[in-house]
Write a protein that binds this ligand. Structure first.
Ligand code: P6P
Length: 334
């Protein structure tokens, strides 16, 4: 049973048995993410002091300016995951193609693939707004002993074995699930140790916060426009409060604690919305559902979508179950 202030290491060992077919690899995988997060946290926290903020000059696969911390975070996670002899492949927002990891003996015997957004919301770094790392873990489905294939990464979200995020905010937290609920660990920077601070996180079924970039209102489908007006009407516990940080991990983390809905819908300017299915929506959806919330593209459960490409985008409506269902009602009218 989770105990407040239990360390992450103790928690992993105590709950290792929960993970049916793992002989400890998943625990070692979570541990490697824990280490990488500490290294990224160290840099994020001093970003303003050293020349590591600002653009790295390159652009990522999305054509977005690569911030130096993006590059640093990507390198740290890839290096840490590669060294642990558990992962046979990594797909990252920052890399066009997936990375094949042959393993020590180049025997391709490692079982897991990891998909990662190493530093989501990085455009917020220079303005000192919190950012996050998002990760998603699957067992490979192609034969062990052969190089990992793209289909190992294109699995539906309902096959994830673990997912989580790190939020580099006023405190640094690691929040993750292995399919047995959601637990949040806060880093004690003085000790470099994470402690269980949010056991068994539950997404409130209702909330009074709606999170969407209303600057895109004119481009939204009518159903989304109608739902936003519904949030703003004076009736019952409405109007709701509008809160939008523009950092996915922060917006969803807040809504999971307080209750609320986050929407990045499709629009006339982006038919599939902006967020990526594989390393943003699926891992966040796994966590949200494990905490009792809901996540869809407005019509279909996110984790039931069959991915077709590494960097595909999908509309994302997620959060408190009753709020998501109300938004889906408005969308269904059209
Ligand atoms: P917009 C950050 O770039 C991100 O991917 C998410 O973290 C965030 O929720 C969203 O995009 C913000 O996008 O278009 O509202 O600035």
């Amino acid at each position: 049973m989770a105990r407040i202030n239990q360390s992450l290491g103790e928690f992993i060992i105590e709950n290792q048995k929960e993970f049916a077919y793992s002989s400890g690899e998943l625990s070692r995988l979570i541990n490697s993410i824990r280490l990488a997060a500490k290294m990224v946290n160290h840099e994020v926290n001093k970003a303003g002091l050293v020349d590591i903020t600002g653009s790295a000059g390159g652009v990522n696969t999305q054509g977005e300016d690569q911030q130096k911390l993006d590059v640093f975070a990507n390198d740290v996670f890839i290096r840490t995951l590669t060294n642990r002899e558990i992962v046979c492949g990594i797909a990252s927002e920052e890399n066009e193609d997936y990375i094949t990891i042959p393993g020590n003996n180049s025997d391709h015997k490692n079982k897991y693939v990891v998909l990662i957004d190493p530093l989501d919301g990085s455009s917020n770094i220079d303005v000192n707004v919190s950012v996050g790392t998002i990760f998603s873990i699957y067992r490979r489905i192609t034969p062990m002993g052969t190089p990992v294939q793209e289909e190992d990464f294109l699995q539906p979200g309902n096959l994830q074995v673990a997912a989580g995020y790190i939020i580099y905010g006023t405190s640094t937290m690691l929040v993750y699930t292995t399919g047995h609920g959601v637990n949040g660990f806060t880093l004690n920077p003085a000790l470099g140790t994470y402690y269980l601070s949010h056991p068994n996180m539950q997404f409130p079924e209702d909330g009074t916060i709606y999170s969407v970039n209303e600057g895109n209102y004119v481009h939204f489908p009518q159903g989304i426009k109608d739902y936003i007006k519904y949030c703003q009407q004076e009736e019952g516990n409405r109007p709701y409060t509008s809160r939008y940080i523009g950092s996915l991990v922060s917006d969803i983390h807040r809504n999971m604690i307080k209750g609320g809905i986050y929407m990045y819908p499709k629009s006339s300017t982006s038919q599939n919305g902006k967020l990526r299915l594989l390393y943003e929506c699926n891992p966040m959806a796994f966590i949200i559902e494990q905490a009792g919330g809901k996540a869809s593209d407005g019509v279909t459960r996110i984790m039931d979508l069959k991915p077709t490409s590494l960097h595909e985008r999908v509309p994302f409506i997620c959060g408190s179950k009753n709020m998501v269902e109300k938004a889906e009602e408005f969308i269904a009218k059209y």
